[in-house]
Design a protein. Sequence first.
Length: 364
Amino acid sequence: MKRLLSLDILRGITVCGMILVNNAGGPVSYAPLRHSVWNGLTPCDLVFPFFLFMVGISTYISLRKFNFEPTHEVVKKIFRRMFLIILIGLGIEWFGYACDGNFLPFDTLRIPGVLQRIGLCYGIVSLMVVYLNHKYLPWITAGLLVAYSVLLLCGNGYACDDTNLIAIIDRSIFGEAHLYKKSPIDPEGLIGTISAVAHTLIGFFCGKLLLEKISVNKRIVKLITAAAIMLVIGYVLSIWMPLNKRIWSTSFVLVTCGWGSLLLAVLMYVIDVKNINKGWTFFLVFGMNPLFLYVLSEVVAIAFSEWGNTAVYLPNYQYSIYRRIFCFPYLLPPFLWSNGTDRIYPTQKKIYIKYDFKNNLLKI
């Protein structure tokens, strides 16, 4: 079957989005680049669930080559990849402490994290699809979402305080010192992984749909139909169970998977049906090297943040690159803030910023 370029493009867009929102400038960033404080949904909140959705699709594509058989080689590959992703996530957390001179931060190192959740979801879903009959997977997905919804409703799960059952369980497992410090609820905590696994399974089902032996147009129609169903159910449920990224609520799973499916359908129509292939190279690079470029951006961001919170000024112009900069051979600083404000203003018209790859220079 012909490779769908749209999958790589969507993955690239998602990785770029993850890098952007993680380095958006904190309190001085634009509102769309900030996560919801608690309940609600912003464009920024879509990025991580889109990536997890793509993990599910990629899981189907990669394991399909092995006919979903739990051979020794396949299981070994699953565990190796799962632990590698988790260890890289822990390594990024450690690097932040190491830059401060603390090379053994075992008493305060945060254990949950973005890559840790991705690794867990990938590993759990991969083992499920090679050991379980696929006809049971939709029921398992629904069961996980229902069980998690009951847990939230009965365990004060929508309270942003220490009485939240999710926070209580995570504290009892990891200890408060090893959790997210800026909120009583760790957004990548262990209990939230229940619905995140269901989220990844939905991506897995979409991966199955994409590889059906039917025309691309029919696949697009099916994808849009699935997206519409998830969006309607998700938004209706949000009346009683609010959209909430930090606890990865059931409505959040359905709505974000719905938007992810819809975006994928649009990209398939534009790229795979209309053959509009030009102009996507930038995202294609990220889509084909997602883990490496994401980790590189995090390491560079941490390194730059250790220079201090002062701005780095570009000569002769009233620009400043605030706090974290990620400038490597594929991505320039995404936003330039002026003296800590939330907008860009040039002192001269038609200013162009260009990166010289050969000489590793930023030119204006």
